[in-house]
Design a protein around this ligand. Structure first.
Ligand code: ADP
Ligand code: MG
Length: 238
């Protein structure tokens, strides 16, 4: 049995089928990338998994638990967005500890967890800083730590690097991959950037018009694209 199993996920907006019978499974600790052009349904698929969007058909099972009808807060799924979404009036530490506080975790335990997370994302010196005092890359590391604080069973990252400069983007890409391996965290990483997908993934799912058109290891996708669309998109087409 897979750790994560998506079966027959279908989503419509009005008469528009945005996700058409998506099947996808992941083993624990796997880094999966959804790669595809803007509008192909990547964000919508993440929102269906996290419960932010209701689905017309299909099911989401995570560690043998059926999530399909659960509220987002009960799914143990973390999410990180392109826009960071930090609380501007809270310090780095307060941002990271916010969810733990809401859960009623005592101050002492919270401080311990927050300090561990600060170290994990290499921001210990910035614990008192406010979001506007940080670079984009640092803010995204805070957002990652804040999400990890809730100990999710699955992390969804929606174009987390898209707002960053090229150099920072490459560094953070590597850091996320190292963190993911170290924590054995199962992640689904959304991007429209083929190089990013090739560098960060165990497995790539190429999407087009609400369908997964090919999935495989980065090597498979790059060296044996099944269609002209995949070949063109991955940049291996002459
Ligand atoms: P991607 O993340 O791959 O760029 P999205 O999942 O955001 O794509 O969008 C997929 C399609 O669904 C697009 O055609 C978009 O216009 C449509 N869509 C997304 N959200 C909504 C919504 N709330 N209402 C209507 N259409 C939507
Ligand atoms: Mg999107």
């Amino acid at each position: 049995m897979s750790y994560l199993q998506l079966a027959g996920i279908t989503k419509r907006f009005g008469g528009n089928t945005v996700l058409d019978n998506i099947h996808l499974s992941a083993v624990k600790g796997e880094m999966i990338t959804l790669l595809g052009p803007s509008g192909c349904g990547k964000s919508t698929l993440l929102r269906c998994i996290s419960g932010l969007t209701e689905i017309e058909a299909g099911s989401v099972v995570l560690e043998e638990r059926e999530l399909t009808s659960l509220a987002p807060r009960d799914r143990e799924v973390g999410m990180v967005f392109q826009s960071y979404g930090l609380f501007p009036n809270l310090s780095v530490s307060e941002n990271i500890g916010y969810g733990l506080k809401m859960k009623g975790i005592k101050k002492e335990q919270r401080t311990k967890s927050v300090n561990e997370l600060l170290e994990l994302v290499d921001l210990s010196e910035k614990h008192h800083a406010y979001p506007h005092e940080l670079s984009g890359g640092q803010q995204q590391r805070v957002a990652l730590a804040r999400s990890l604080a809730m100990q999710p069973k699955l992390m969804l990252l929606d174009e987390p690097l898209s707002a960053l400069d090229a150099k920072i983007r490459k560094n953070l890409r590597m850091e996320i991959r190292q963190l993911q391996k170290r924590l054995m965290m199962t992640m689904i990483f959304v991007t429209h950037d083929q190089e990013e997908a090739l560098m960060i993934s165990d497995r790539i799912c190429v999407m087009r018009n609400g369908v997964i058109v090919q999935e495989g290891s980065p090597e498979q996708i790059y060296s044996a694209p099944r269609t002209e669309f995949v070949a063109r998109f991955i940049g291996n087409y002459n």
